[in-house]
Design a protein around this ligand. Structure first.
Ligand code: FES
Ligand code: FES
Length: 153
């Protein structure tokens, strides 16, 4: 086991990890549960976090390569307008997938791309919702995209 020091949502944390321990597992074992997990095999997207500005499945990233990294979870990436839109569109059912969807959605919204139903669907393609709530999630992201565009005009 070795110690890994990094910043998590702006605060310094120290994790214990073996060479085979994923960032997701190291975070959750240390009680940092904002990174959600499900499959732990890179299949569902629920564990998405941003590491030094790059969105990645934290279950596939070895914790030991994250020394000094800046790791951001849903806790620091979710903006209130997206939270409100998710609520309005019924985009959260059991909520298990929601942290990953939020990380992917905020990344899509931050891109310069003009989002359509199909492009949002593509940008969220790595995220699985077992409650089959995709339509509400996509509608919520599109609404926020339009509102942010109008606010910037
Ligand atoms: S827990 Fe990482 S992709 Fe499913
Ligand atoms: S809201 Fe239940 S898995 Fe997506």
């Amino acid at each position: 086991m070795s110690s890994v020091r990094l910043r998590l949502d702006g605060s310094p944390v120290e994790l214990e990890a073996a060479s085979s321990t994923s960032l997701l597992r190291a975070l959750r074992d240390a009680g940092h549960t904002k990174a959600q997990g499900a499959c732990e095999q890179g299949e569902c997207g629920s564990c998405l976090v941003r590491i030094d500005g790059v969105v990645q499945n934290s279950c596939l990233v070895p914790a030991t390569i994250c020394e000094d990294a800046n790791v951001e979870t849903v806790a620091s990436l979710l903006n209130q307008d997206l939270a409100d839109a998710f609520a309005r569109h019924g985009a959260v059912q059991c909520g298990f997938c929601t942290p990953g969807f939020v990380v992917a959605a905020e990344a899509a919204l931050a891109s310069a791309e003009s989002l359509t139903y199909d492009t949002v669907r593509e940008r969220l393609a790595g995220n699985i919702c077992r409650c089959t709530g995709y339509h509400g999630i996509i509608e919520a992201v599109l609404e926020v995209s339009q509102r942010r565009r109008e606010a910037n005009q």
